[in-house]
Design a protein around this ligand. Structure first.
Ligand code: FES
Length: 317
């Protein structure tokens, strides 16, 4: 008998590119283009190796630079906030340069030049913060991220050249270059959006976890070994417990960075380190000690009743 596929059956061999809407042109072409660019992986490895040498290892002084750029101090990635400066400056510069074409007003030209260089300078900071978030990605996400960086890097080179041409009085040539750069920037923004919205890079991976409104018993206290991380199920939410002295602390077991299992990590001086990329979280308040995570772990109120450890998941920002 010949198997027949009806219109509403799901064919598991198909990719997202064949799912409705069936003609998401930009996404489809971008997906095909990135899949056809394996050479980007070599670029990724080179950049990643150089970056890791600069940042060093977690828990070393040089790694503080990465923590800062990633946004641990901010409780949020710095990159999406900082990119608004070059985007706004370049957009304004382009509009002013187009306005300059009508009457070649010197004041308009000067304003456009200032904005162009504000955009160029702030783009360097944006790139540094982006690299700090990208360096711990893998696979297609890493490849997509390096394409995003190459597009933005090309845009920056064009804008710097455009700025220099403007200073040399060749404003029409400068405008041609900055217009090309602007188109590259918009497309790079789309690719960056794919990373965040489609691949969930840079988002809080535990934001959607719910939990019980009341305490739930998860394990007998006598089963906890002091200093040993223990995974439990708290009404469908995985939590990791530590008993340190007489105190018991609990945070979500799924790492807010890229969903690593914290209970398989290591514990030292009140801090759990993720086994995947070594993010550190304080066990008793979930706060981030070191990147790549920037979002704190959800925490649980803990009590012991009748020899059973009970958890109640607290509201999480
Ligand atoms: S998943 Fe990356 S540090 Fe935990």
């Amino acid at each position: 008998m010949v198997a027949r596929t009806t219109s509403n059956e799901i064919n598991p061999t198909r990719s997202w590119m064949d799912t409705p809407p069936r003609f998401p042109l930009v996404r489809r072409l971008s997906g095909e283009m990135i899949a056809a660019m394996p050479w980007l992986d070599k670029v990724s490895q080179s950049v990643k190796g150089a970056t890791e040498k600069v940042f060093g290892q977690p828990r070393t002084p040089s790694y503080k630079v990465k923590d800062f750029l990633a946004g641990v101090w901010f409780g949020h990635p710095v990159h999406p906030a900082l990119v608004t400066i070059p985007l706004g400056a370049w957009t304004s510069a382009l509009i002013l340069n187009l306005a300059w074409l009508s009457d070649e007003d010197a004041g308009v030209a000067k304003s456009a030049d200032i904005l162009m260089w504000v955009g160029n300078a702030s783009a360097v900071g944006s790139a540094a913060t982006g690299i700090a978030n990208w360096v711990d990605t893998d696979g297609m996400e890493q490849r997509t991220g390096v394409l995003h960086a190459l597009l933005n890097g090309s845009s920056l080179v064009l804008n710097v050249t455009s700025g220099l041409l403007s200073l040399a009085g060749r404003r029409r040539s400068a405008l041609a270059l900055s217009s090309t750069a602007y188109a590259l920037t918009i497309y790079a923004g789309f690719i960056g959006g794919e990373l965040a919205y489609a691949n969930a890079i840079g988002v809080n991976r535990v934001a959607a976890e719910g939990g019980s409104d009341d305490y739930v018993a998860v394990i007998a206290e006598e089963e906890l070994t002091p200093g040993k991380l223990t995974r439990v199920d708290a009404a469908g939410i995985p939590a990791v417990l530590i008993k340190d002295g007489t105190k018991i602390c609990a945070i979500a077991a799924t790492c807010s960075h890229l969903s690593g299992p914290l209970d398989e990590g290591s514990y030292e001086d009140g801090v759990v380190y993720c086994p995947w990329h070594s993010s550190g979280f304080r066990m008793c308040d979930g706060s981030v000690v070191n990147s790549p995570a920037v979002y704190a772990q959800p925490t649980f109120a803990v009590r012991v009743r009748d020899g059973m450890v009970e958890l109640h998941r607290l509201e999480h920002a």
